[in-house]
Ligand binder design. Structure first.
Ligand SMILES: Cc1cc2nc3c(=O)[nH]c(=O)nc-3n(C[C@H](O)[C@H](O)[C@H](O)COP(=O)(O)O)c2cc1C
Length: 461
């Protein structure tokens, strides 16, 4: 769905999705509460192995419908990119290099309704309470766009945003990536960081902005344009010098307050735990912009398929690309849900030369601070299957020579076993020895398989 006559935005994506596959969007017309109901429906469907987009027409007293779980199914990521699901990671791995500069328009639908000054009230949005242990209501789908305090380059990243009053969010920059780096520099100079928080846009916008981890000197609105295949339309900010996407559903403007901290959390995280660990930054909101009939998009938080999928898909693509630059024999990368889709990675390599598996694993572990386990297997092992990877560990790994541990690395603050931001990182080489007479895996000849299928079809029901 990369091109159509209408602009690429959330509502176009949803309309086309539903027209093509009516079962992919579940409508709940009945009124539900702001507290837990939306997450409860999403998690109940997940238990049943179902992953539709869910649209709630009436949430609390809000006039805005709420859409959630758009990213709960990999098929929809593939659809946004216009490829088959099997091609998703390879396709994504090839994107991002080509950027397209955004275009600033005079006006745009996001300016349909603009609220500033004393009229700003975050309670006017259907901001949800997701899990029982959460410290309050959270925007889970906020892409925070800010400009580098020195270069002006725009960065975009998802951050959890806890409502702390009419015009205040508490947030956490625990990924300690670019926005955290901006905040460190701005705080040293006692300067605010103006931000535009984008809630609801076409998935390709999210892929190229909030989910994109590129170099700090690359403008992520231009990366988003690259993913969208056309310039991203922007409008000037109303109260901040940060441009807003013209076709976003909502944009909240404000600034990160220098030198101020507020207790934020706990928040149900991708780890499966309610985490109180936070960098405790504060955002003061100065304007709410939204489209007429705006759709409020939420992300199911916690260790849901939606939250973890958003972590796994871009990271699998990124690691595939980075590892292959040095090891072209890397065939697949998977971030298993058993490792929260963030902290464990499985890498498959074809005929790795002696020592190569460990080099590739070390490179993967250095790519992202959250990674604490890298398992390398041969390419006959299915990295999307925990069982197959564990079988390789069982039969191709000896712990005295195949396991290495890096101590005191920078790690995921949200990992409850992490010590003051530091973690150990483990490499497991579960590949066969390059030389020697390692036994072959047992197989059945293909013609016998076909005969078996025919026999079962004929007699087995
Ligand atoms: C749904 C979702 C929520 C996230 N929440 C946070 C958060 O609260 N704090 C944080 O530091 N990173 C969070 N992240 C991760 C960052 O958004 C991610 O690392 C981002 O790519 C960083 O961008 P940058 O590399 O351009 O700085 C979240 C990611 C997703 C997908």
């Amino acid at each position: 769905m990369r091109s159509n006559e209408r602009h690429l935005d959330l509502r176009v994506f949803l309309d086309v999705l539903e027209a093509d596959d009516p079962g992919s969007v579940l409508h709940i017309p009945e009124q539900v509460g702001l507290d837990f109901d939306v997450t409860a429906v999403a998690m109940e469907l997940e238990k049943q192995g179902r992953a539709p987009v869910i649209r709630f027409d009436k949430v609390g007293a809000s006039p805005f419908p709420v859409v959630t779980n758009l990213f709960g199914d990999r098929g929809r990521y593939a659809r946004a990119l216009g490829v088959a699901e099997e091609e998703l990671i390879e396709t994504w791995a090839g994107l991002g290099e080509k950027t397209i500069e955004p275009v600033v328009q005079e006006t745009g639908p996001v300016l349909d309704v603009v609220t500033t000054g004393a009229d700003v009230d975050l309670a006017s949005l259907p901001i949800l309470n997701h899990f029982a242990e959460d410290g309050g209501r959270y925007v889970t789908n906020g892409i925070v766009v800010a400009k580098d305090p020195d270069t002006g380059v725009r960065n975009a990243s998802y951050h959890r945003l806890q409502v702390m009053g009419k015009t205040r969010f508490g947030t956490s920059l625990h990924s300690r990536r670019h926005l955290w780096n901006y905040a460190q520099r701005a705080a040293a100079r006692d300067e605010p960081i103006p931000v535009s928080i984008v809630i609801g846009h076409h998935p390709l916008f999210a892929f190229g902005s909030g989910l994109w981890k590129g170099p700090i000197d690359v403008d992520e609105y231009a990366v988003a344009g690259g993913f969208m295949g056309r310039p991203l339309d922007l409008v000037e900010g109303v109260t901040v010098p940060v441009e807003a996407p013209a076709y976003a559903e909502f944009v909240l403007e404000g600034h990160i307050v220098p030198g101020e901290q507020a207790p934020e959390g706990p928040f149900a995280e991708f780890t499966g735990y309610a985490s109180a660990r936070s960098t405790q930054h504060v955002i003061e909101v100065s304007a709410i912009l939204h489209r007429r009939d705006a759709i409020y998009q939420d992300i199911v938080s916690g260790i849901s398929d939606e939250h973890t999928g958003l972590l796994a898909v871009p990271m699998e693509a990124r690691l595939l690309r980075v590892l292959r630059q040095n090891y072209p024999n890397v065939t697949r990368v998977a971030m298993p849900k058993s490792g929260t889709c963030r902290m464990h990675v499985y890498v498959a390599m074809k005929d790795p030369a002696p020592g190569q598996a460990k080099n590739a694993a070390a490179m993967a572990l250095g790519e992202d601070l959250s990674l604490k386990l890298a398992v390398v297997v041969d390419d006959d092992v299915d990295v999307s299957s925990d069982q197959d990877v564990m079988w390789a560990l069982c039969t191709r790994m000896q712990a005295d020579v195949d396991v290495d541990i890096l101590k005191n690395c920078m790690g995921a603050i949200l990992d409850p076993s992490n010590h003051d931001g530091l973690t150990a990182k483990m490499i497991i080489d579960a590949t066969k020895p390059a030389a020697g007479d390692f036994p072959p895996r047992h197989t059945i000849p293909e013609d016998a398989e076909l005969r078996a299928q025919a026999l079962i079809g004929k007699y087995g029901g």
